[in-house]
Ligand binder design. Structure first.
Ligand code: FCB
Length: 462
């Protein structure tokens, strides 16, 4: 057990706004995250992505590190506002050139570039014109995808359209916890559809004989607190909103009827046009899954404001398991259950875990002994003994191995994240990296988990 196929794709993931910095350089336009982060109270500590991990300038060093770790693939995202600063019109050559250099450097090191076209940094002018609740944004996205594919398609084979459209729609437009910070549930439902449409249109625009096109969803394993009808209904609704609202149109070409019924009063179905579902449901070359935690839910007697639009009588319950620094419950069995459920309920498509990982309160220690592991600065070696992260990753990889053993077509795994980074509305507090970043000096230090992961890759398993 726990030996993976030799072709299994071992990688690590990041995203543009979370690591690049250089937000005003080389013609990049503002994104909704620049605007949101500048809004008082939106991000903890007033943190912004203005500098982040300075990857824009340090990518050669970061890629050298990836190479030392033996990564086979690197999942990153392309910042739309670097490539098309206003979200429409001509490309910004300097923005494209950055991704050309990045991609070429990866290829020089034998690391497969695995870009995502959209990881939440919408050009601000498109939000000013209405954002994702407006259908035109989907058309603009397809245009951006086509331009980018034209420019980089000679060196990139695997494309992901969107990262976690659930977050873009429901955290961006319903709870307002993410950019653009709107609290308009009906708009959020329209946003979800237009994001799916954007995926469909973009996939159509970039698919050719050399391109594999997929999408990444944040899926969860939902269980009811008890078998009481209210809890069962809560589980149906949360599974509906977070999993099936996206999986069904993508993999079966239709929205789930029960979810449409739940949403009918919120926003109707007028925004869904003839032909949309055919486009959204065109065959995928791969499906990316981001998995962090399971979701235990219960019915509520009083209305609860949540991301589960149309389902006010639903609350998330505590399963009593140990938690990460995000307060997310640790449950690798949830990942196994999710993968087996995908196999049972949906047509087979190559699957990749495109994010999995954990934030913990890491401590940098200096042990004064120079050695091969850890970063050596002068005579002092800095180390981060993140045994909790190793245990998390180990458990989830075991679930991956079990799923593969039971016939799940899982082809790769990307740890979130390569580097500590800007964790959205939580700012720089939570550290998800297998590589520690000292934000004051931008010094990188491989944590124990990075060395452990390198060994897993080297052996091809646990
Ligand atoms: C996911 C995001 C990613 C990161 C992790 C912790 O929802 O895709 O950018 O923030 O959570």
């Amino acid at each position: 057990m726990s030996t993976f196929d030799p072709g299994f794709l071992w990688g690590a993931a990041t995203s543009s706004y979370q690591i690049e910095g250089a937000v005003a350089e080389d013609g990049r336009g503002p994104s909704i995250w620049d605007t949101f982060a500048a809004t008082p109270g939106a991000v903890r500590g007033g943190d912004t992505g203005a500098v982040a991990a300075d990857h824009y300038h340090r990518f050669p060093e970061d890629i050298a590190l990836m190479s030392q770790l033996g990564l086979r693939a690197y999942r990153f995202s392309l910042a739309w506002p670097r490539i098309q600063p206003t979200g429409s019109g001509p490309v910004n050559q300097r923005g494209l050139d950055f991704y050309r250099r990045l991609t070429d450097t990866l290829l020089d090191h034998g690391i497969q570039p695995w870009p995502t076209l959209y990881h939440w940094d919408l050009p601000q002018p498109l939000e000013d014109a209405g954002g994702w609740p407006v259908r035109d944004t989907a058309e603009r996205f397809a245009e951006y995808a086509a331009l980018t594919h034209d420019a980089l398609g000679d060196r990139i084979t695997h494309w992901t359209t969107l990262n976690e459209p659930w977050c873009s729609a429901f955290l961006g437009y319903a709870t307002g916890r993410h950019a653009p910070g709107r609290r308009e549930p009906a708009a959020a439902v329209r946003a979800a559809h237009h994001l799916l449409l954007a995926h469909g249109l973009a996939a159509e625009a970039i698919r050719d004989d050399d391109s594999h096109v997929g999408i990444t969803l944040n899926l969860t394993h939902v269980t009811p607190l008890t078998t009481e009808p209210a809890d069962l209904d809560a589980a149906r609704r949360v599974d509906g909103m977070q999993n099936r609202l996206f999986l069904d149109p993508l993999l079966r070409g239709a929205y789930p009827d029960d979810v449409l019924d739940d949403l009918r009063e919120v926003t109707g179905t007028g925004h869904i046009q003839d032909g949309d579902l055919k486009r959204i449901g065109a065959p995928l070359d791969h499906l990316g899954i981001n998995y962090y935690a399971p979701t235990l839910v219960a019915g509520s007697t009083a209305p609860v404001q949540s991301a589960y639009v149309g389902s006010p009588l639903v609350r998330v319950a505590d399963g009593g398991r140990p938690k990460t620094a995000m307060g997310w419950e640790i449950d690798d069995k949830g990942l196994l259950a999710l993968l087996l459920r995908l196999k049972a309920d949906y047509p087979a498509v190559p699957l990749y875990i495109t994010e999995n990982g954990a934030a913990f309160d890491d401590v940098v220690e200096r042990d004064g002994v120079a050695g091969v592991a850890g970063a050596v600065h002068g005579a002092v070696r800095e180390v981060v003994h993140d045994a909790d992260r190793i245990a998390y990753l180990d458990g989830h990889l075991r679930s991956c191995a079990r799923a593969i053993g039971q016939g799940v077509p899982l082809k790769g795994y990307f740890v979130w994240s390569l580097l500590d980074n800007f964790e959205w509305s939580f700012g720089y507090g939570p550290r998800f990296g297998i590589v520690h970043v000292d934000y004051a000096t931008q010094r990188r230090t491989a944590k124990d988990s990075a060395h452990w992961y390198a060994e897993v890759i080297r052996r091809g398993g646990l």
